[in-house]
Design a protein around this ligand. Structure first.
Ligand code: GDD
Ligand code: MN
Length: 395
């Protein structure tokens, strides 16, 4: 069968396949992508075994898509020959773009199924697990992940450094993107199925190997199912993982962190905070100089007025969309109390940071104050986002 032309342009999944269906088929429900690089010795066995499993559960309603990055061992030619024997197999040979995760997305772009899957072509992901992953999809989950870190999971005999690196990468990801990597027990998994609708009108921009964190971070995935599996030993060839992939992974985490950072909300929060400075200064002048409240009482009262000002604007503008879903004076009062507590903690943090920089690191006091204000603004924003407006959000 002819090679499919590799898609180009943004890595976005269309409601309908980008390319016309290669052949008029009964409706396809599942498209499984096999990213390949130098898998000529493994591919036939992989296609045989995956086909056996899928013929059982979805006869005639699935397709396999090999996306090869112009392998020196001509894996794409092996795949093309196999496609004469397996009509449900289609082959994409990429010569420009490279990389596991972008290969998977390009395969999904030519896919015709409602459910998009990925499995390695080296039989380290046991094909028989497809039946359990599909059972999860049939149960209604949006994303079914093969996990090495739940009951029934494991890695064959990975050497300690690889185990350590894999777990270390996972912990780093949990620190940088807790909301993403915390959703799955094996965020490094390269073996899963996801409903096409979860990825529609989402432009993906993965780097390196970790396509799953891209799907969880940018997709609309509400319900995740997991199935335990033991990562197998390679039959032939070797892993392409290199130190480059760990650098890619860190780059990917940082890119997602900024992509998921609520920039507009943060800018609003900063503008409101800035308005609070004027309220604080103005109120301080009126209370201390015009009403004779004295320095300390004037400072405390004006600070509280500024906090109240900031709360009102944040509640109406910065987080207005969230607080609009949780009306009532009780919940508003609860948010105001929490906002005060966060600001109080921020005040203490501010004083500690100024002292630390000035007395320990000998930083100029005004620069120290500026750094402290920036740090406390981030703190106030993040804690309010995570623990205040978010927590009181109606389920
Ligand atoms: N098209 C393409 N381009 N395919 C690639 C590339 C590439 O640059 N690099 C690797 N592949 C293919 C390999 O041919 C294989 O089919 C699959 O991607 C996995 O590559 P390996 O090099 O064998 O990765 P691994 O076995 O160390 O780790 C795999 O399993 C882990 C656990 O699920 C990968 O899938 C990891 O991402 C995953 O975390
Ligand atoms: Mn492998």
């Amino acid at each position: 069968m002819d090679l499919l032309p590799p898609p180009t342009g943004p890595l976005a999944i269309a409601a309908e396949p980008l390319l016309p269906a290669a052949a008029a088929h009964s409706p396809l429900v599942l498209s499984v992508v096999l990213p390949t690089h130098n898998e000529a010795d493994n591919l036939q066995a992989a296609i045989d075994q995956i086909t056996q499993v899928l013929e059982d559960i979805l006869p005639g309603a699935y397709e396999l898509i090999v996306v090869d990055d112009d392998s020196p061992d001509d894996t794409w030619q092996v795949a093309q020959k196999l496609s004469d024997r397996y009509p449900q197999l289609r082959v994409v040979r990429r010569t420009g773009e490279r990389g596991l995760s972008s290969a998977v997305v390009r395969g999904w772009q030519v896919a015709r199924g409602d459910v998009l899957g990925v499995i390695d072509a080296d039989l380290q992901h046991p094909p028989e697990l497809m039946a359990k992953l599909w059972a999860e999809i049939a149960r209604g989950v949006d994303l079914a992940v093969a996990s090495r870190h739940i009951e029934g999971g494991g890695v064959s005999d990975w050497r300690l450094p690889r185990r350590f690196l894999s777990r270390g990468a996972q912990i780093l990801g949990l620190i940088v993107l807790p909301g993403v990597l915390g959703c799955v027990s094996d965020p490094m998994s390269g073996y899963f199925m996801v409903r096409r609708k979860c990825l529609l009108d989402r432009e993906l921009s993965p780097i390196g190997y970790k396509i799953l964190i891209e799907v969880v971070a940018r997709g609309r995935v509400a319900w995740i199912g997991e199935v335990g599996y033991v990562f197998q030993e390679r039959q032939a060839g070797e892993s392409k993982v290199s130190h480059r992939h760990y650098i890619d992974y860190i780059q990917h985490l940082v890119r997602l962190r900024f992509a998921l950072w609520p920039v507009q909300r943060f800018l609003r929060f900063g503008i409101v905070g800035f308005s609070g400075v004027f309220v604080d200064m103005g109120a301080f002048y009126v209370l201390r100089d015009l009403l004779g409240l004295g320095l300390t009482r004037g400072a405390i009262a004006s600070a509280e007025l500024a906090i109240f000002n900031n709360f009102v604007w944040n509640d109406l503008w910065t987080f207005g969309d969230i607080s609009a879903r949780q009306r009532g004076w009780r919940s508003r009062l609860k948010r105001l109390v929490k906002f005060n507590l966060v600001c109080l903690a921020g005040l203490i943090l501010n004083v500690l940071l100024v002292n630390l920089q000035f007395n320990v690191f000998d930083v100029n006091e005004y620069l120290a104050k500026l750094v402290a204000i920036a740090a406390v603004t981030l703190w106030n924003f993040w804690i309010n986002l995570k623990l205040n407006w978010r927590v009181t959000e109606s389920p």
